[in-house]
Structures are given as C-alpha cells and as structure tokens.
Design a binder for this molecule. Structure first.
Ligand code: EPZ
Length: 427
C-alpha cells in the first residue's frame, strides 16, 4: 500500500451536514460475535475502514465466508473449522482479540496470537483472562500465542472486573453466553457499543441483560441453540464527536446525522461549557458557536465519563480557546502524542505526568505533522483546517483504520484538502 498524506489548506470554516458511519468499536465485535451462531449473519451499517478488512480476514482464516455488499457484511460461519488466529493479523489489530471469547464459547478452545502493545501503551489482556478463567477457561502461553481450553467445560460465575475494560467485558460476556448457569459481570464497561453487542447476542439466541449498566447478567444457553441473525450497527459516536469538534472550532453550524445524541452526553456538556450551542433530535446533533471558545478542564474516564477517544480532538479545541485548560488522561498510559505534533503548529501544551496543561493561542501555523494513532491523525487534519497556510499530515493509514472517507466528509463541510502520495520521507 503506497504511503499517502493529507494536504490541508487552512482558514476555511466547516459548516453543513455529514452522516456518520457505523461504529468501528462495535462492528469489529459484532463480526467476532457472528462466530457464535452457525449460519449466515447479516450486519448492516458496517463502516468501510481498514480495521474491518482485517477483522473480516481473521474470520476467513477461521473458515468463515465474508461477503461485503456496500455497508452490509454477510458472514457465513457454518464452515468455521479452526480456532487459531495468525500472528500477522492479530499483531495488525488489537481488536482481533475479540474472537477469543466467541471461539471458546463455540468450540471450548482457542489459539490466539498475543496482541502486541501499541502507541497508546501496553494494552494488556490480563482482565480478559481473569474474567474467562472464572468461567472455567484454562490459559497457557505458547510461543507468543494464548492457548485457551476448557477441561471441565464452561460454567457461570460471579466476575468482578478490576477496571471497566471494554474488551474484557466483551470477551467475558461472549464467553459466558454458553456457560452453564448464570454469570454476573460486575464493574462492567458501559459503553454504547457494549449494549449494541448484547443486542446482537440476544438476537442470536443468547440471554444477556444489564448491558450498559455496571452489572451484566448472562443466562447460559447451549451452543447448539445459537443461530445467525441480522443486526444494524449503531452510529459511531467518536466519528460524530470528531466532526462536532470541527464545527465548534470554526463556528459551524455542523450537523452529524445517524447518531444517538445520548451517546455523547459528556462531550456535548463540555462543548456547551466551552461556549457552543447544541441542538439535537432523535438521530442528529448540531453544534455552532458565536462567541469566543472558552478554556475547559477534562478528565477522560470510562463511559459515561469523557471518552478518551475524543481527548486529542478536545486538546485541539483547548489549544485555540481563551485561557488555560487542563486535560487529564486516566484511561491510557501514553496518549498525549498529539501534543507534540500540535506543538509544531504553534500550540502551547505542557505535559506533567498524565495531565496536559494547554495555554490557548489565537492561531496555529500549517506545517508537516504525522499521525501517531487514528484519533491523533483525525485531530491533526482538523488542526490543518483551522491553521494558517498548508498542513501535510503524514502516516494517514492510521486515520483510514477508523474513519470512512474522512477527506470526502470534511470536503462536504467546506474544507479544502486532498490525499496525495507521500514522498519517501520516513516520518
Ligand atoms: C476499546 O479498547 C477501544 N477499541 C478503544 O478505542 C478505546 O479507547 C477503549 O476501548 C476505551 O474506551 C476498540 O473497541 C477496538 P479497555 P480496549 O480494555 O478494549 C487497560 C480507538 O481509538 N487494560 O477499556 O482495548 C488498557 O491497557 C480505540 O478507537 C488492562 O490493563 O480498551 C487501557 O489502559 C483506541 N488489562 C485501559 O485498561 C486488560 O485486560 C482501557 O482498556 C484490558 C485493558
């Protein structure tokens, strides 16, 4: 894949309406969940992004057949004949670990490559393993692979997670679906994508309740009773929040459609506190701003707290607001790389441990910057829209992992930007 960059001409306000795609952080798990039900599952509103391509390949290496029809995936899992995932795919995308729970629930075993770390930190899976061990799963590590087995079958259990980990909640919930008896998951993650996954599991014949609350209850059912289903992915709240930040930054009004406003309650509260006007209906949110952008303090926390996946985007807003803001990152140990890049554009950000102190400035200057993860990359393109002059964002493959047609959607809001081949600079 040739390296590309996004070239942005600054100084253009964003205004108009975009429809968000289906949620990356739900669709990836819905694809994994299809392993549980033998037959042809149909998943609608799946975003056209590279992470979905990787997860589809993971399913195909297991023996499933995956067909894409526009934004719909048709996944036939009847012929899945292996429970091993290859390192080269799992190392590309941490979310591949989401096949662990479904494979064990269906086959009683799994061999999944250990996910590596990433730019955000160690990205351990100890809580995934603790949750599944409580259900009777036995883990061994073998040459970089996790070997899961169930010598005495799967049984319901009371599981209390040390931290409301999204991935650990999902894997434990999917594994519990065929565990004999009742499983209670305490301190469960409450992200909207967890509810979306539980809805699909129930459509397949599972019996999950409490998703979206801190306590999830799963009544185990026989694996043979689970079946394929048809499901529509919820809208992507992080993509929506990214475009709304663009509207807040340049004044808007920007409307995002295809999103449940309740998914973004905390982020909308922060936009309002920064001086923005918010309007919303059943499936849209509109952000606009007349007065100056005010400084803000933000603590990233598990849902319903402020989403860490919007931290870089709000650091950009704080960078061009009046006054000083403090942004505290409580979820990942290393998620301030955006500060270094935005600093090259004239922002004033000081990092102290897991706090970022942001001193607002009135303008940013376009220059060369590089995406270090998908949210940092998306925020850097927005910074280029605001900055004076031209900004070239390198390593845009990070953005393509989680944003469908980011350039096209921003162009439809009035941004002047395009993609082009990146000369061979090893950014
Ligand atoms: C999901 O990652 C999302 N990814 C992330 O989105 C998101 O930032 C994160 O949830 C938090 O909301 C997908 O859904 C594919 P966690 P996940 O388990 O499940 C530590 C994006 O930009 N931890 O809630 O990996 C972990 O290291 C991505 O779309 C353990 O220590 O998140 C992290 O510091 C980035 N042990 C914290 O907990 C474990 O067993 C939160 O992780 C599991 C997690």
């Amino acid at each position: 894949m040739a390296k590309e960059m996004i070239v942005v001409e600054g100084g253009t306000p964003l205004a108009g309406e975009v429809r968000v795609s289906g949620a990356k952080n739900s669709a990836l798990k819905l694809i994994a969940a299809s392993i549980l039900g033998s037959g042809e599952s149909v998943i609608h509103n799946v975003p056209l992004i590279s992470d979905i391509v990787v997860m589809s390949k993971v399913l195909e290496t297991l023996g499933a057949r995956v067909k894409r029809e526009d934004h719909t995936l048709v996944i036939d899992t009847a012929d899945i004949d292996t429970w091993e995932t290859p390192y080269e795919l799992v190392s590309k995308m941490r979310a591949s670990i989401s096949v662990l729970g479904p494979l064990v629930a269906r086959f009683g075993r799994a061999r999944v490559a250990m996910p590596g770390g990433c730019n955000l930190g160690a990205r351990k899976i100890d809580m995934h393993m603790v949750g599944m061990e409580a259900l009777g799963v036995h883990f061994e590590t073998d040459h970089g692979f996790i070997e899961a087995s169930t010598p005495n079958g799967l049984h319901g259990a009371y599981v209390a997670l040390d931290f409301p980990s999204v991935g650990a909640t999902e894997n434990t919930m999917m594994c519990a679906v065929t565990a004999e008896g009742e499983t209670v998951i305490e301190n469960a993650a409450r992200e909207p994508e967890i509810e979306d996954l539980a809805d699909m599991l129930n459509a397949m014949g599972a019996r999950v309740s409490g998703a979206g609350s801190p306590t999830i209850v799963v009544e185990g059912v026989p694996a043979s009773s689970l079946h394929a289903c048809e499901h529509t992915t919820v809208g992507d709240r992080i993509e929506a929040g990214t475009f709304l930040v663009g509207g807040a930054m340049t004044g808007g009004p920007v409307t995002v459609r295809g999103i449940e406003p309740g998914f973004l309650r905390m982020a909308l509260m922060k936009l309002h506190a920064m001086g923005c006007s918010i309007d919303f209906g059943d499936d849209y949110i509109t952000v606009s701003r007349d007065g100056a952008l005010q400084a803000i303090d933000i603590q990233t926390l598990p849902h319903p707290g402020f989403p860490t996946d919007l931290q870089a985007q709000f650091m950009l807003l704080a960078a061009v607001a009046q006054g000083n803001s403090v942004i505290t990152e409580n979820v990942f140990e290393n998620r301030f790389m955006f500060a270094d890049e935005i600093g090259r554009m004239g922002a004033r950000v000081t990092i102290e441990d897991h706090h970022a102190i942001v001193e607002g400035v009135s303008s940013l200057q376009g220059t060369d910057v590089k995406a270090t993860d998908l949210r940092c990359g998306a925020a850097l393109v927005l910074a280029g829209v605001f900055a004076e002059g031209t900004t070239r964002v390198h390593k845009v493959h990070h953005i393509d992992r989680g944003y469908e047609d980011y350039v096209g959607k921003l162009s439809s809001l009035g941004a002047r930007l395009h993609r082009e081949l990146d000369e061979d600079i090893d950014w």
